[in-house]
Design a binder for this molecule. Structure first.
Ligand SMILES: Nc1ncnc2c1ncn2[C@@H]1O[C@H](COP(=O)(O)OP(=O)(O)OP(=O)(O)O)[C@@H](O)[C@H]1O
Ligand SMILES: [Mg+2]
Length: 261
């Protein structure tokens, strides 16, 4: 029976879809059978970010409404044979989704996978509820700013009320230079405020934006610090004790010696 993990945040645009695709790919690279489910009904993002939009035939609503079998809606990733996408519908709204129906579909899907990762839409309305309802675990994604942390705090309360155990924190778009200049919250402060287990810090990495624009999952095609950070999250999910990587920029020349705190 696979693990069902919702990737959520409260605040929009903080990196849920990015984390879903890259942690999913990293788990698949560890040999796990993984499906990422786009629960952002009405918008559809994950297929584009993964470069699979031309291969989408059916979606999760087609399964729920009986137009296809689960296996017909799953799209296999182009490079990793054990990595699948279940796309969202663009023709429906989040209010069209029946939570019980999603619960039922996911409970069947998890029998055939090691991991089911649910990419939640922003907010705390029906879309968030139907994405989190089937989950047993959650990854909360925050960026190092006050509004993101505040929204995450709200979401954590809701998840705990719904009985989700195993909530872990991912800090995304972290930039040590901005933290040092006090323009970004420090990771220790965020962990203190949210009092969650920190499972990963993803640095700000322009390669993420570029790869998403090309329709490629960075963790499949490149090796940057962010990719290593995603891989470390996957390994920690697998129970490995992995040290956190040093995100400080490489020191350049003599002056770099004086640059670190
Ligand atoms: N670590 C990062 N470094 C640089 N850019 C990033 C990083 N993480 C995400 N981004 C960029 O931020 C934007 C938003 O990311 P993403 O779509 O994953 O957020 P989201 O939380 O899923 O948004 P939404 O709430 O709209 O679903 C994208 O353009 C993505 O490429
Ligand atoms: Mg998204």
């Amino acid at each position: 029976m696979g693990r069902v993990v919702v990737i959520t945040s409260g605040k929009g645009g903080v990196g849920k879809t990015t984390v879903t695709a890259n942690v999913g790919a990293s788990l698949a690279k560890l040999g796990k059978k993984v499906v990422v489910v786009d629960m952002d009904i009405g918008l559809r993002n994950l297929d584009v970010v993964m470069g699979l939009e031309n291969r989408v035939v059916y979606n999760i609503m087609d399964i729920i409404e009986g137009r296809c079998k689960i296996s017909q809606a799953l799209v296999r990733e182009k490079h990793l044979s054990n990595f699948f996408l279940l796309p969202a519908s663009q023709m429906h709204t989040k209010e069209d989704v029946k939570i019980e129906a999603v619960d039922e579909i996911i409970s069947i899907i998890k029998e055939s996978f090691d991991y089911v990762l649910l990419d939640s839409p922003a907010g705390i309305e029906n879309g968030f509820r139907s994405a989190s309802s089937p989950a047993n675990e959650a990854l909360i994604v925050v960026t190092p700013d006050v509004s993101s942390v505040r929204d995450a705090d709200r979401v954590i309360g809701l998840l705990e009320n719904n009985g989700i155990e195993g909530i872990a924190l991912v800090i995304n778009r972290y930039d040590p230079n901005l933290v040092r200049k006090k323009k970004m919250l420090d990771s220790d402060d965020i962990v203190d405020v949210l009092s969650l287990d920190l499972i990963g810090i993803i640095p700000e990495d322009k390669a993420i934006i570029d790869s998403e624009n090309r329709g490629e999952v960075l963790s499949i095609v490149e090796k940057t610090k962010a990719v290593q950070a995603f891989s470390n999250i996957a390994r920690r999910m697998e129970g490995e004790n992995v040290p956190f990587i040093d995100l400080e920029p490489e020191k350049k020349g003599l002056f770099g010696i004086f640059r670190r705190k």
